[in-house]
Design a protein around this ligand. Structure first.
Ligand SMILES: [Zn+2]
Length: 51
């Protein structure tokens, strides 16, 4: 018999991973894929997939 807590953990695991975006130049973290860094104006934005 599955507990509600166990089912909630499965649902949480199946959520899509949100990529993390960060400026390669100054390391500023941005919420989404932007054309340029709001901090330093660099167009080198790196995307990381967090698991
Ligand atoms: Zn930057």
């Amino acid at each position: 018999m599955l507990s509600k807590q166990f089912i909630q953990q499965i649902v949480r695991l199946e959520l899509p991973s949100t990529p993390h975006y960060e400026c390669r130049h100054c390391g500023y973290s941005v919420e989404k894929d932007v054309d340029e860094c709001p901090q330093c104006g660099s167009d080198e934005i790196a995307a990381y997939d967090l698991e």
